[in-house]
Design a protein around this ligand. Sequence first.
Ligand code: ADP
Length: 868
Amino acid sequence: MAGAATPMMEQYHELKARAGDCLLFYRMGDFFELFFEDAKAASQILDIALTSRGEHDGDPVPMCGVPVHSAEGYLARLIKAGCRVAIAEQVESPAEAKQRGGSKALVKRDIVRFVTAGTLTEEALLEPRRANLLAAVCELRGQVGIACCDISTGRVELEECAPEAMGAALARIGASEVVAPEDWDVAPDDAIPRPRTEFASEEGEARLKRLHEVATLDAFGAFSRAMLAAAGGLIAYLDHVGRGSLPFLLPPVGKAGDEHLAMDEATRASLEILSSQQGGRQGSLIAAIDRCVTGAGARQLADDLAAPLMSKPAIEARLALVRYFHEDPLLRADLRDELRSAPDIGRALGRIVAGRGSPRDLGQVRDGLAEAQRIQGRLGARPDRPALLDELLPQLSGHGALVDLLSRALVPSPPTERSQGGFIAEGYDAALDELRSASGNARRAIAALEARYRDETGIAALKIRHNGVLGYFIEVPARYGDRLMAPDSGFTHRQTMANAVRFNSLHLHEEASRIAEAGGHALAAEEGHFEELTGEVIAARAGIAAAAAALARIDVAAGQAERAAEGNWCLPEIVEDLSLDIRGGRHPVVESALARAGDRFVANDCVLSPADRLWLIGGPNMGGKSTFLRQNALIVLLAQAGGYVPASSATIGLVDRLFSRVGASDNLARGRSTFMVEMVETAAILAQASERSFVILDEVGRGTSTYDGLALAWAVVEAVHETIRCRCLFATHYHELARLAETCDALSLHHVRAREWKGDLVLLHELASGPADRSYGLAVARLAGVPKDVLSRAKSVLDRLEQGRAETGGLAAGLGDLPLFAAAREVEEQAADGLREQLQELDVDALSPREALEMLYELKRRAASTVD
Ligand code: ADP
């Protein structure tokens, strides 16, 4: 990179321009080098030395580098840090460059691949228990199309939703990378902008047809223009990232937007479904329930939890399979043992089809398919199989010929590196066996040669060794060197080291050449077999992917059954009405945490019906309100995902949308005040919830002053009760809300019980009906270690406040005769309509300025009288 505009720098800049905002890994010998800003960014993220190389415009060029052989680890860290990387490889050898352009010619380089979070296939870069998704989204004629794929397994899903529902849909998908048209003003925040022309529905459709060699997509389902446009964007991006080579993609599956229990991002975060609020799996719902023994099973479970079902028959089909395994612990244990040893064939297949497969991947496909066949035999032989199992079993078999071929062709545990050979089994190819035995003979001849030379020279320490630079050589300790230097000794000197001298001999040279020649031919033969076997696997890819998916589904069901047996969970009953009847419900995460500390979880009931659908829950802080709210939401979610639930019995009236809101959660990172976030999220419920939804609201209104907070909480409860009429649990510390029970007939009051015993507060975590008598705030403060003098001062302030409340009727004085929400709105609307009528009738041109002014005064008077 010395001097101005060297050919190398020109080449670098040309490649960097094509890499765009990706970091450019520029291959130089055994290193990938990064320059300029890329070097600064990467050295910081990777914590490696930033050096410089040559000059550019008079300034040193910042540089850092990573060794090629350990590049994967560095790539993983860069991707985790949110970077994308373009890999520029040398695409000709130095010898070819010299031949082409003389001794000074620069080796040609080209970007061979982009490595991005959503397009990884490498085993080392992927988490085994998490799907890694790429999504493309765009808008077409008022509808948002979303195409998402997991290129490690080839799954592709297309869906469509209204623009308002895009956030919830993307939250459900949880892609690690999202691409969207560059000029779309409501594109998701972190989306990678791509040319608008790539999101064209005709092109998307045409590419899908070409890819799957069909004349029409009808066989895969019906896809809207928006879905196809998104698919076009997805494939164009994959094409760009893979530099023209597309990864393995299964035929697209259409997803109807109303197939799933909808949950927005705030709900998912607050229920900590796939990751906890601290980030990471620990402490999340999935961590508490995942008993899958395979990575593919764990990924399927995460999918199920992220998108619970809405159809009673589909949920019941899954439940029947879980029940089948629940009722037979022996079968379950054997099955899980078998599954445990099944490799991740979905991902191995993904790598093979993407052209990045290794002999080990072929071995995994072989072993996984063989395991699938055994499991099919075991389960197929049993009576009374549930319908879902009968659907899955045929997908596990039918790969006998391929398994047989791979078993004959491959050694039992093939290596990940294919360039060294050694993965084709003996007996598969006679010619290869011969080449191997030739090189084996030569190796034995070399061993014999060593013994002979020791004898002849009388040097017991003589050795024949091998290294990458010299090949085979004879080595003796330095003090014997002279003995072999004699011209007639038959040895030729090659190298003198500090304490050894190295020689060659004619015989050794001959044997070494035989090894090299046979070895070279053997490698070429193995390479040829690798291509053939890969071709066979690719031809069978759809069936292999189906077997992988069937195994994952079976693992999920067996894992759910295991978890249910472990925790004494029950089979939920799914009904179509608007009830929710959970007896002895528990929170799976809190219960596990308590169990680890040796504490017991207190089970509670939640019984909602159209006549009693809104529970207002009071009681002291730390009394268990949030836990109760969430456990019921989680039980609904688990049941609709098709699993057992932590309760003694549960009847779940299907829920279409689940909302969970926590007052004033700290969300400053997004740059909005906490109260603003709380209100934006609450507004979404009021706009989207239906009668079939289930809403949990935890201390909504907490994020502002007492009056504002109470007023908002009051209005929200009324709106939920009167207008939305959905099932709802509302936890609050505003005692005043209890008065709503007088006017709202489907609302009832509950509290978490607490007792003061010998001056100490005892939280019973038990739900009881009726209003909370007091808040025990000071007792909680004492539990938390607030100093005594502060507590006693607080006590006198509280006494004074309570006295005031008794005298004036408290915060909510005067609210008793407030008309109900719906009624009040009607009155307000009617009044407003009167005003509108009067305005409409006005002939402005006919008014004198004075009349106009008077009219304005009158209108203002009327408006004021309706608002007050
Ligand atoms: P609140 O929302 O009323 O402030 P939480 O639901 O956050 O209370 O509960 C506080 C703590 O009490 C929890 O972290 C948990 O340790 C414990 N807890 C909650 N519910 C139960 C229960 N049903 N049984 C046992 N312990 C519970």
